[in-house]
Design a protein around this ligand. Structure first.
Ligand SMILES: [Zn+2]
Length: 156
């Protein structure tokens, strides 16, 4: 039996609070533009838009390419892989459910799909471990009504 523990094991067990309890104020309310993103997350897929003109990607979803202005944008399923562009550690929040989760990392993640950047929580990452440039992957939480929320975690 392998009893050695890794940093990834510690990260996975660190999440404080119940991240699967989603009160109404943190539940997605999809619009026509972003419904595909939220429903994709409910299926365990990270859906972002790719531009048919310049080939770059974007998030959040919108009618025009944020890089070149083209109307030729369509959803693709991203790999879910990326790197931390920047991050902060939330250490104070008195509002449930966040008060039971602090401290936790919130990061902006550059996806491997060029051009797309997401803001996401990292409940499975020790705040001291987070670093700019860290490789991360998407993980999915159900949010009711077939929708999902997307977090990121360090690559094992
Ligand atoms: Zn474009």
């Amino acid at each position: 039996m392998n009893t050695s523990r890794t940093t990834a094991d510690d990260d996975r067990e660190r999440a404080r609070g119940d991240w699967n309890i989603n009160p109404p104020w943190v539940t997605p309310t999809p619009t026509e533009d972003d419904r595909e993103f939220w429903e994709g997350a409910g299926r365990g897929e990270l859906r972002v838009q790719r531009c048919g003109s310049c080939g770059l990607h974007q998030h959040y979803p919108r009618a025009l390419c944020s890089h070149c202005g083209s109307e030729s944008v369509a959803f693709i399923t991203a790999s879910g892989l990326g790197t931390i562009y920047s991050f902060t550690v939330i250490r104070q929040n008195g509002v449930p459910p966040f008060r039971d989760r602090i401290p936790f990392v919130v990061a902006t993640v550059d996806l491997d799909e060029a051009g797309a950047r997401l803001l996401a929580a990292m409940p499975n990452c020790e705040p001291e471990r987070a670093a700019i440039g860290m490789p991360v992957r998407a993980v999915f939480r159900p949010a009711g009504d077939g929708l999902g929320l997307i977090d990121f975690e360090p690559m094992p």
